[in-house]
Design a protein around this ligand. Sequence first.
Ligand code: SF4
Ligand code: SF4
Length: 381
Amino acid sequence: MMTEKEKTIVAIEKCRRYESTEVIEALKKIIQPFGGLKAMISPGQKVLIKPNLLAAAAPAEAVTTHPIIIKALVEMVHEAGGEAYIGDNPGSDDQQQTLEISGLKAIIEQTSAKALIFSGNSEQQVFGFQERIIPLARELEQMDLIINAAKLKTHALTGLTGAVKNNYGCLHGKIKKRYHMEHPLPLDFSRLLIDIYLAVKPAFSILDAIVAMEGTGPRRGKPRQLGLLMASTSAVALDSIAAEIAGFLPAQVTTIAAARELKLPGAFFEDIEIRGLKLEECRVKDFDRGPGGHGKISRLIASFPLAYFRNLLYARRPYPTVDSERCVECGICADNCPLQVIDCSSGIPEFELYEYIRCYCCQEHCAEGAIKLEHNRFPSS
Ligand code: SF4
Ligand code: SF4
């Protein structure tokens, strides 16, 4: 029988706004149950703070981890004697633009943290769902510790994106596109995400849920004030509690479903101990869970016992389609489609195939919000 001592801790605190003093105070409270950053960092150690930098989006859009949280973490790492680095492999090819628009360039200048530009691969062997080689960014090898600073958002493919999926940005280059292509079904993709998380091994995870994203996340949903900051040594436990707060069934978040298959620490609610706020104080009844978490069919699928059939049923996901009124014909969606099934040669995108993977990379990368998701139709121009 599991004892109280063996439970995975998740700490939750209120933080109403992105204001430095308030954020630092809340961060200290959620890190305290783990002994504080000083207990984790030895003087002189290199610490990577890994934000969610999905796209070149302003902080108010709730697409990226808020810069005030990153700034507070940098200051706390420095206070603990560590050397802070900030690094991610953003969706956009223009990393400098992403850093600037997300507010992180200013934070790097203000705090003397160093930007870590991922420039090559280092192969890591993992034994998760299968023995596989994960090509992580080479620069990760130079780091002594990784703090995973994630953003809570809905995700059309996995239900929710939080601490587990944030590790996907530790891959280098275009491998992210290839992985999407090779793992078209949500549960398969989530098993890969778990293996990547096991390869990255962040020491600690923070979840920015002060303003989360609901609806059609992770790029085009709506900002939703939750006023919460959360932390754990287990990204799986953190996402499990975040899913509870947002009203998902655990199996609707396929990264949690995958973690349960491996019986990872924090995958089951009864293995988690919550510190700080009580879960009842945090639940949001009307959170818009988006395409992955709504309706009776989605709930039925989530409770379906056999992973294989559940995977097939999840394939009933919506298709992307183009709003020609909003489209500025930039071609970025085509550049980022792993299957290269978008043809922008005559301006407005045309989807060339009916059988494709619905990874939603096109929607994530469209800065104009011109790609929408629709059920029960094949894609059209
Ligand atoms: S749909 Fe978006 S990304 Fe694609 S061409 Fe139009 S504006 Fe650009
Ligand atoms: S068209 Fe969009 S959803 Fe379909 S494979 Fe390409 S990027 Fe993914």
